[in-house]
Design a protein around this ligand. Structure first.
Ligand SMILES: NC(=O)c1ccc[n+]([C@@H]2O[C@H](COP(=O)([O-])OP(=O)(O)OC[C@H]3O[C@@H](n4cnc5c(N)ncnc54)[C@H](OP(=O)(O)O)[C@@H]3O)[C@@H](O)[C@H]2O)c1
Length: 267
């Protein structure tokens, strides 16, 4: 049972890392509002999370179907496209009302469409920035205001090792993650004095739909292990967490390389 959180929102909860985060929180008895575009997937995750919660040994009847039904209200789903920025404030209020409070918010939504080495496509770049970065502003600004006033709360942003430096591949994606990392650091510096923790997660290559066409599968890590490490780091109030930890060494090396050498690396 989580002593730290009772109510959470996960934006981007319909698959991959977000889905595993829902189950990880369900195991700890946390109610979660699930946000994403695909309703059927959200419904599937909510039903599964209800089973996870129901199997934690709570005595609510022997019938597993009944247990699932009882717990489904603990995982309400909300169909939302994060690029519809103007919807975020009212939806944020609605979810916190339905949950009965909010202690934790995780911004996990992200896209990484393939970009050819000679491709310069503004529309594609714009959708990446809108989803990975501006959506985070729309949701996390709401959470920041609420948590600052309350004097407590946890904000988690799923950034990426990809944002460490401006390499050749996927300029808009890596820019979105570099900017998200900086935004989260800035939020942390504003909010820590108000008792709010802001956690930046930098995963390497995680085994989800997003990475199926990835150029490298180096140190491929499961979504389940990733979610476990994210929740552990957030519990401990870690500021920046690489998942798995080995990527911290890579980050150190990447930052140490002078620009004229980095430019020659073909990745
Ligand atoms: N997989 C990796 O190797 C890796 C590495 C580093 C960082 N990350 C980051 O980790 C996060 C999760 O990625 P993942 O690997 O779990 O990918 P995924 O399986 O493709 O999941 C992406 C999630 O984002 C949601 N999403 C995408 N566009 C959205 C939109 N316009 N509105 C609302 N939700 C939207 C998706 O939901 P709907 O499609 O239902 O809307 C889905 O729940 C991303 O931010 C990604 O950049 C992943």
């Amino acid at each position: 049972m989580s002593k730290k959180w009772k109510h959470a929102i996960i934006i981007g909860a319909s698959g991959g890392i977000g889905e595993s985060l829902v189950y990880e929180l369900a195991k700890q008895g946390v109610s979660v509002g699930l946000v994403a575009r695909r309703k059927e997937e959200l419904q599937r995750v909510a039903t599964e999370a209800s089973k996870v919660l129901g199997n934690r040994g709570q005595v609510l009847g022997k019938n597993p179907e009944l247990r699932t039904t009882i717990h489904e209200s603990r995982f309400p789903i909300f169909v939302h496209d994060v690029t519809n920025f103007s919807e975020a404030p009212a939806l944020f209020q609605e979810i916190t009302k339905q949950l009965g409070g909010l202690d934790l918010i995780i911004y996990n939504s992200g896209i990484m469409p393939l970009v050819a080495k000679d491709e310069y496509n503004f529309e594609k770049d714009r959708s990446i920035i809108e989803t990975n970065l501006l959506g985070a502003f729309a949701w996390l600004n709401e959470a920041a205001m609420r948590f600052q006033n309350a004097g407590c709360g946890t904000i988690v942003g799923i950034s990426s090792i990809a944002g460490e430096r401006g390499r050749r591949g996927m300029p808009a994606y890596i820019t979105s993650k570099a900017a998200l990392t900086t935004y989260l650091e800035s939020l942390r510096n504003r909010l820590s004095q108000h008792g709010v923790s802001v956690v930046t997660i930098k995963p390497g290559v995680i085994d989800t739909a997003m990475s199926k066409d990835a150029a490298t599968k180096m140190w491929l890590y499961s979504a389940e292990d990733t979610a476990r490490e994210i929740i552990k780091a957030a519990h401990r109030g870690v500021t920046v967490k690489y998942v798995p930890w080995k990527w911290r060494l890579v980050s150190f090396i990447l930052h140490s390389l002078p620009s004229f050498i980095f430019r020659r690396l073909n990745f």
